[in-house]
Design a protein around this ligand. Structure first.
Ligand code: IPM
Ligand code: MG
Length: 356
């Protein structure tokens, strides 16, 4: 069976890295068909909108979307509705990709690249499950309005019971395939919407008696993440807290340049993208780390295409390359280490292909 993939390179290092990731996929000898779509800044430039209708239609018709990154200073001045990020949010919402899986695992050879002491992060393997199509990102009303000649800005954090229940089920399921521990993160001491979050997660727990559940307030969770990150197995949280905590968790592993993500809907279709953004400051210089997007492609093989063996091969190849001391700039050890060689984007992808 042919797997249909919509490839969206996007902006900045997203567009720069994507051709190399496709080269990696090509070496796998799978039956993959690629179509390409535009999103973000490039789409604004060409079509006047960050999410052209053909892109969304192609995404709906595909088995999976492989996405680079969107955004850049060129479009930062645009009104909110026309910014590149709106294209990304529209794609997530348009596919109903509510379950965002952000694993933070430390490849052993990178223990020295973390900003935490190696013993705090060695063996780290956690998964953040972020609700992606609700909460304050999408809540209404929202805006900036005039208030007697002074401006007033507002957003709404809102979750329905159904939205909380479906993301909780995904998280409990995933915890069951791992170490069977789930931490739900909220701010139930202040926000009603997250009191409901805590209540519903606790109710869903009744269907998953083998999973150990605990609850943390988000401020405490942020502190625990940098104090003792290995205490976590799976974290489930809402859209905004998940955005913030996943950047912090990513950095524990040495670099944002290493972290993949999957955003799944109920049909198993997914958007696969690195956690890092478009990094306009380094784009076009052949220095970006392609591993986060390569690992996102591996997640795509596993979660949407049913090609778990191929996913294992890609992840093993990445590990081999790191063991061989091959590093992009972002994962170079602070103090020069023996047997480590700094390479650019293209050579890093070549190394993965070599290992495959
Ligand atoms: C992410 C990004 C996006 C988000 C931005 C680019 C809209 O930070 O995927 O974490 O906030 O969801
Ligand atoms: Mg983010």
């Amino acid at each position: 069976m042919t797997h249909r993939i919509l490839v969206i390179p996007g902006d900045g290092i997203g567009a720069e890295v994507m051709p190399h990731v496709l080269r990696v996929l090509d070496t796998l000898d799978l039956d993959l068909s690629f179509e390409s779509g535009e999103l973000g800044g490039v789409a604004i430039d060409r079509f006047g909108t960050p999410l052209p209708t053909p892109t969304l239609e192609a995404a709906r018709a595909s088995d999976a979307v492989l996405l680079g990154a969107v955004g850049g200073p060129k479009w930062d001045g645009l009104p909110m509705e026309h910014r590149p990020e709106k294209g990304l949010l529209g794609l997530r919402a348009g596919l109903d990709a509510f379950a965002n899986l952000r694993p933070a695992m430390l490849f052993a050879p990178l223990a020295d690249a973390s900003s935490l002491r190696p013993e705090l992060v060695a063996g780290l393997d956690m998964l953040i499950v972020r609700e992606l199509t609700g909460g304050i990102y999408f809540g209404e009303p929202r805006g900036v309005e005039d208030d007697n000649g002074r401006r007033r800005g507002f957003n709404t954090d809102v979750y329905t019971e159904d939205e909380i229940e479906r993301i909780a089920r995904v998280a409990f399921d995933l915890a069951g395939k791992r170490a069977a521990r789930l931490t739900s993160v909220d701010k139930a001491n202040v926000l009603e919407v997250t009191q409901l979050w805590r209540t519903v997660v606790t109710e869903v727990h009744a269907d998953f008696p083998n999973i150990e559940l605990d609850h943390l307030y988000v401020d405490n969770a942020a502190m625990q993440l940098v104090r003792a990150p290995k205490q976590f197995d799976v974290i489930v949280t809402g859209n905004l807290f998940g955005d913030i905590l996943s950047d912090a968790a990513a950095m524990l592993t040495g670099s944002l340049g290493m972290l993949p993500s999957a955003s799944l809907n109920a049909k198993g279709q997914g958007i696969y993208e690195p956690v890092h953004g478009s990094a306009p400051d380094i784009a076009g210089r052949n220095v970006a780390n392609p591993l986060a997007t390569i690992l996102s492609a591996a997640m795509m093989l596993r979660y949407s295409l049913g090609e778990a063996d191929a996913a294992d091969r890609v992840e093993a190849a990445v590990n081999t390359v790191l063991e061989d001391g091959i590093r992009t700039a972002d994962i170079m050890p602070a103090e020069g280490a023996d047997g480590v060689r700094k390479v650019g984007t293209e050579a890093m992808a070549d190394a993965v292909i070599g290992a495959l």
